[in-house]
Write a protein that binds this ligand. Sequence first.
Ligand SMILES: Cc1ncc(COP(=O)(O)O)c(C=O)c1O
Length: 405
Amino acid sequence: MFSRRSDFGREKNRLTLAHHKRLRAGDAICDLTLSNPTTEGLLELPGHSAALKALADARGRHYRPHALGLPEAREALAERLADWGPRPEAHRLVLTASTSEAYAFAMQLFCDAGDGLLIPRPSYPLLDGLCQLEAVRPQPYALAYDGRWHLQPSALRAALDASSRAAVAIHPNNPSGSLFDAEGAAALAALELPVISDEVFAPYPLEAARCSALRELLPASSLCLTLHGLSKLGALPQLKLSSIVLSGPDAQVEEALERLESIADNFLSVSTPVQLALPAILEQLPQTVSTIGERVRGNLRRLKSRCEGSAVSVLHAEAGWSAVLRLPALLDDEGWALDLLEHAATLVQPGYFYDLQGGPYLVVSLLPRSRDFEGGIDRLLERVNHHCRPEAKGSGPSGRQPGIR
Ligand SMILES: Cc1ncc(COP(=O)(O)O)c(C=O)c1O
């Protein structure tokens, strides 16, 4: 009765089951996976109240359908996006109701059922689901790590076949925090396929001085769709507003815009109030970006100083909200995550969630409050010490943490 593309499997993974069990038991868990910036008490973002008030603009009583987005909203966003790349022309900017929707529109623009889409590995898991819904075949190309993540042109070519229609670049990538360099951009351009560049984390450099837009590194002959979203840019995921900037050869951009207008016209999913409020929302953005930037950079510093000299290494991350940790190969990704949940009441994500291979790897969010973050990392290091020093077993924090049921 049901379609194959709506079959996402109904089994929960072992970590989710174990986490739910502990929550049901009322246990206090230190959550190092928190990445929802609106989570109660996680961040003080005072600009948000003013931005949300703007949603009450009386003009929002009238429905003004505009498939690509209201011109004044696109103009205001184009102005702000100049902070993270060349200023886009407002008429080459399309509003969508989320970055996920922007991906879906890009897939509908380039792919028919069964076509291939090149996707970096590791990357965040949502992409596989989006491909499944559009009946598109994900073609993973591996990024390699040798002290820094980078694209190996041979890996990209190996993933390519006659069905490939476009290449996704996540720049900065989640969770690896990696950016494409000039060599990576040249390898992408050499495919002569459209590029879909997800730059939602660009405002948050960690070890990079700044994140250039990928379209700055691509030749003028590359058709590129650059994705941004208020969920990361403004820490306002609940407003459901993202965008696609089109760049490349004029004729291709104009045809892509016309087709995107038809695609978007079938949904008209971006609400009028959020578009009217956009100028006010964008005003508070620098403050939000700076508050979150300080939080994630501070937590990365703490993480690196705590892990120094330990058996845990922190992988180099140019930008973003996450860090990838490499642990001793005494357990696998899932084994470490379950061990930390069971014995240290700390929740982390196993690397396999993101298709990180060759670990064991764990992924932690850099967004939690600093004291919670430090506490969680200390517990993680205690567990690693416990496993690495067999003589210490039976003493120290091998059981549950004091004060945690
Ligand atoms: C790299 C990346 N792109 C896009 C998204 C989804 O963004 P949105 O909430 O705007 O759909 C996420 C979500 O975490 C992400 O990590």
